[in-house]
Design a protein around this ligand. Structure first.
Ligand SMILES: [Zn+2]
Length: 467
């Protein structure tokens, strides 16, 4: 370090050191707590001399020294005013701090990162104590950043920040003998964006081509998924338009926000969905205020194939007699989770002859669903328990009269068996009347914005579709 300093600075350091030596000798009562004057102490002075360099940069006018000087300086020489010892030596030098930034890697823990940078185990313990409720530091993940500041003299940790993502961070600030924990979140700027796409291959292929990113396409598929089977129903010439929010941070796009409104024309049928928030949360509704979400999911299991269709006049595979098949059989591996098709209350969970292990759910308004041949039940599946749509209630098996692992699923309305594959599923609970009053004019406004955003060629195509 000393080598890199210009020669004149070296001279100054020498001068300063001598001055300091004088001061130290002259003022013996100013004993430092250390018994010895260590090498570090004199480095402190060099550090302080930075202040002096600042002062020395101002040469005293009219004091040019002739170039014949014996000093081996190669630039114009000045006579510098050397400050008096009192301004040089302070009783306590101000502490200097070092801030470091470390990216968390796989297998890193707080103590691993900090201890390798010289932070004491005691300080690491104190920080984790401040985080003991939230445990954010325990859950830090690769790619996140740790910034921390230590006192260079005492190596005491003074501040630590874990940056979780571009928006959120947690800071631990030393407060005496403990640390205070503080969370911070930045708010991204939100703008409205419009995109449109003609679907000729699939929602995903053509959506991506039109600049709609994948997470947004997945959301769109979920919004319309109650009405459109994106694997089977898509026709060449279908069209999609969407009004949504984009999030920006420091002028850079960091992701999308909510889908405000969207329209999909599938095989001549128009579906429009508008996001609206009620006391029950945010949901998507038709412009008339009907929920896009249906009260039931169509298939309560991820199946490989339908092994037996709904058929009131079927020949039973085991009994070889005419026995109606009043449900649908979904072949699936043994152990595949079975979900509740809709919100409701379990009215039966147990064994019934031919059904084997069976669950029956009452959904109210005369709707009932039945799940049979189960290998076993999920925790909490018992008579009287309330379930929500999509909750795992049991697992596929082949108990009862079954020739292979499958789910036998029945859908009953007021006691009558309906074909679960084709039955018209009721919409989810309608929007409360008090919300509807505000929603209807809002929906109209948003749909107008969406329509007015259509490009001329897109609008022309839609007009042709409607004729
Ligand atoms: Zn069956």
């Amino acid at each position: 370090m000393i080598k890199s300093l210009p020669t004149k600075h070296l001279l100054l350091i020498a001068a300063v050191s001598i001055l300091l030596a004088i001061v130290l000798i002259a003022v013996p009562e100013e004993k430092s707590t250390n018994n010895t004057i260590s090498v570090e102490a004199s480095f402190e002075v060099i550090d302080q001399s930075k202040l002096v360099f600042q002062d020395l940069k101002k040469p005293i006018p009219n004091s040019k020294v002739a170039s014949s000087t014996s000093l081996p300086l190669n630039e114009t020489n000045y006579i510098y005013e050397i400050p008096t010892p009192d301004t040089l030596v302070k009783k306590n030098s101000p502490p200097t701090f070092k801030t470091q930034s470390v990216e968390v890697k796989a297998g890193d823990s707080l103590s691993k990162v900090l201890s390798s940078e010289g932070v004491t185990a005691q300080d690491i313990y104190k920080v984790s104590l401040a985080d003991k409720t939230q445990k954010t530091l325990l859950q830090m993940r690769p790619g996140q950043t740790l910034n921390f500041t230590t006192n260079e003299t005492s190596s005491e940790l003074t501040q630590l920040t874990l940056t979780l993502n571009r928006l959120d961070s947690v800071t631990f600030e030393r407060n005496g003998d403990k640390f205070d924990r503080k969370e911070a979140s930045r708010t991204p700027e939100i703008t409205q964006t419009y995109k449109e796409a003609e679907i000729n291959n699939s929602l995903f292929v053509d959506g991506l081509k039109s600049g709609i990113d994948q997470p947004l396409l997945i959301e769109l598929a979920n919004i319309f998924g109650w009405d459109i089977d994106f694997a089977l129903d898509i026709r060449k010439g279908d069209s999609l338009s969407v009004l949504y929010e984009e999030k920006f941070l420091d002028g850079e796009k960091i992701g999308h926000g909510n889908i405000i409104a969207t329209q999909f024309i599938n095989n001549g049928r128009t579906f429009q969905a508008i996001r609206y928030e009620t006391k029950k949360g945010a949901n998507y509704y038709t412009p008339d205020g009907l929920a896009m979400r249906k009260a039931f999911i169509r298939t309560p299991v991820d199946f490989t194939r339908i092994s037996s269709k709904f058929n009131p006049n079927r020949l039973h595979p085991v009994f070889k007699t005419t026995r109606p098949h009043r449900g649908v059989d979904y072949a699936a591996a043994s152990g595949t989770p079975v979900k509740a098709a809709g919100d409701g209350k379990i009215s039966f969970a147990g064994k019934q002859n031919g059904y084997g292990n069976v669950v029956i759910i009452d959904h109210g308004k005369g709707y009932q669903t039945l799940y049979a041949h189960l290998r076993g039940f999920a925790r909490g599946t018992k008579r009287g328990a309330r379930v929500q749509q999509g909750k795992i209630i049991a697992y596929v098996g082949q108990t009862g009269w079954a020739t292979g692992p499958h789910l036998h699923y029945e859908f009953r309305i007021n006691g009558t068996h309906k074909n679960p594959v084709t039955v018209k599923l009721p919409n989810d609970d309608p929007m409360p009347k008090s919300d509807l009053k505000n929603f209807l004019p809002y929906a109209q406004e948003v749909v107008t914005t969406l329509t007015e955003s259509h490009s001329p060629s897109f609008a022309q195509k839609l007009a042709l579709l409607k004729n």
